[in-house]
Design a protein around this ligand. Structure first.
Ligand code: G4P
Length: 535
């Protein structure tokens, strides 16, 4: 009973946006209004380092800060809300995609002047693939921005699902008068300033204030009523089940920096966003894999490692494995097993992430994120259980889009290089490919910055100085076939193009966009995967 009650009051969501849309600001306000932090400005720390991508100290700082602030927990209206940040820099986007596997919904922040931007678009794709419900917040209404109807239209097109406005803006920029709450049919009046508390905003019911509102806000008010009518006429009725199935998105307008329209979003997270869902896992019965549904309120503890982060201190090799709990309850001292290796997990500490602080876990349930400090033995995608025999899949690895060959400067450091590459590969900092034909290791990345970070970390953390040389490869595809013979034939046809990644999965290395098409024509029974799911 407790398990059910506890999981029902959990909400875990990721906040996604293009850099500068106002994600940090909104995060901070959500924490502030739920009471998780006392003063504004606490989340701002990481902002300073956001653009300094070429400065090593800054990258290090950014990594450290992101450990502290990438998961934040708050309690609001008796609900435990886990907020997962998604790194803003496009070169870390792989990490971001994996974060999306650990949440039950997403909050998309859009700059009302810019609409849906590139970085958001890629994140939306991943949400779409997983049918993640999305709540939309259109930010910066206090600026001169686009027509709200225009924004809705764009969101609908980009998301491929209808928008259902929950609030509607009256004017914008200098004439921003406030928002109309469609459900309560009351207008909340905008006032600039970051000291305002949600309850400080004046609220006027539409039914007794029409004339008054028209007088006060002039044509902005009448125009808002007209466009609101158009918008609601064109959008479907609000349907909670459709939202949960990612078939419609509720849309809120506001101004994060002015604390305005934020409370509506916090309430939506409690009222609309889903509690943890059941997950499918593979269990081995009589040596045969079988699918089994794991309910969040199941007694047995299980969870998935969706992120591994090296600690800031280069003298300590310990790492934090972030685990999203899928079922059961974690309590201190519990014995845990890494399913892949069958080994017992002996964490030196286990923490939760209360706003910006890390605290020892007292208890955690499905939906919560806990961090284990370990010295290795834990990989991205690992299933952790209290002994139960089950294995989750679904943690995505994306085919890299750029490659480099690793050349070790001092050949005596081979062991250190191998250890470093293995650990950085496990962490997901980079993908490592070992060519079947021998020769230097290959690094595969989604963004250029990943190479620089890995080169730097190999030197400082593993004392292995490397040179990264350009590689002829431009892409890779994981390959599979129904019959092992077919696979063998393929490998024999392209011996110089075969490589194994850190998880020992077979990949075909490409030098041009036509490679896959040609190889596919020649070998129609081979499947080429642009994405590998951890199994
Ligand atoms: P990010 O995490 O998505 O990258 O964005 P962040 O919150 O850091 O916000 C980016 C900029 O947009 C900041 O300005 C922030 O103050 C501003 N901003 C956020 N919400 C609003 C809003 O509702 N209205 C307006 N007008 N601006 C908003 P900055 O100049 O980069 O930094 P700062 O000096 O203001 O902190």
């Amino acid at each position: 009973m407790t398990y059910e009650k506890e999981t029902r009051r959990r909400r875990s969501f990721a906040i996604i946006s293009h850099p500068d849309a106002g994600k940090t600001t909104l995060t901070e306000k959500l924490l502030l209004f739920s009471g998780a932090i006392q003063i504004a400005g606490a989340v701002k720390g990481r902002k300073a380092s956001r653009h300094a991508t070429s400065d090593w100290m800054e990258i290090e700082k950014q990594r450290g800060i992101s450990v502290a602030s990438s998961v934040m927990q708050m309690v609001y209206r008796d609900h435990v809300i886990n907020l997962l940040d998604t790194p803003g820099h496009k070169d870390f986007s792989e990490d971001t995609y994996r974060v999306l596997t650990a949440v039950d919904s997403a909050l998309m922040v859009i700059d009302a002047a810019n609409g849906v931007e590139a970085q958001t678009r890629r994140l939306i794709e991943v949400c779409r693939q997983r049918d993640t419900p999305i709540i939309t917040f259109v930010n910066k209404m206090d600026r001169e921005v686009r027509d709200p109807l225009d924004i809705l239209d764009e969101v609908e097109r980009e998301l491929g699902m209808p928008c259902v406005p929950m609030t509607w803006p009256v004017g914008q920029g200098k004439r921003f008068g406030g928002i109309i709450n469609l459900r309560t049919q009351a207008m909340s009046v905008f006032e600039a300033g970051s000291e305002k508390r949600p309850q400080d905003f004046e609220s006027i019911p539409l039914k007794d204030g029409h004339a008054r509102l028209e007088q006060r806000f002039g044509s902005a008010f009448t125009e808002a009523l007209d466009s609101m009518e158009l918008a609601t006429g064109a959008s479907p009725e609000w349907n909670h089940a459709d939202f949960l199935a990612a078939r419609q998105t509720p849309v809120f307008f506001g101004s994060g920096v002015n604390n305005f329209g934020v409370m509506e979003v916090l309430d939506a997270l409690v009222d609309l966003a889903p509690a943890p869902k059941a997950r499918t896992s593979t269990v081995i019965v009589n040596r045969q894999p079988e699918q089994k549904t794991i309910e969040p309120a199941d007694k047995a503890f299980s969870g998935v490692v969706f992120k591994v982060q090296a600690n800031m201190d280069a003298n300590h090799r310990d790492r934090i494995a972030f685990v999203r709990i899928a079922s059961g309850k974690y309590s201190p001292g519990m014995k845990l097993k890494v399913q892949r290796s069958g080994k017992e997990l002996r964490p030196t500490s286990v923490v939760t992430f209360l706003s910006q602080r890390r605290e020892a876990v007292e208890e955690a349930y499905a939906g919560d994120i806990i961090g284990f400090t370990t010295h290795g033995g834990v990989q991205l995608g690992d299933t952790i259980t209290d002994g139960a025999n089950l294995q989750f899949t679904g943690l995505p690895f994306f085919a890299p889009e750029m490659f480099a060959t690793v050349v070790l400067k001092n050949p005596l450091r081979t062991k250190q290089l191998q250890q470093g590459l293995m650990q950085l590969g496990e962490e997901g900092a980079i993908q490592v490919f070992k060519p079947d034909a021998g020769g230097n290791m290959l690094l595969g990345a989604v963004g250029q910055l990943q190479f620089e970070v890995v080169q730097h970390r190999l030197k400082t953390e593993y004392d292995a100085e490397v040179r990264l040389e350009p590689s002829q490869y431009t892409s890779a595809r994981w390959i599979s076939a129904a019959s092992p013979d077919e696979l063998k034939k393929f490998e024999a046809a392209y011996p110089l193009r075969m490589a194994h990644d850190a998880a020992n999965a077979l990949a075909y290395m490409c030098t041009s966009p036509y490679d896959v098409r040609l190889a596919q024509e020649r070998f129609p029974k081979i499947t080429f995967h642009p994405l590998r799911e951890h199994a």
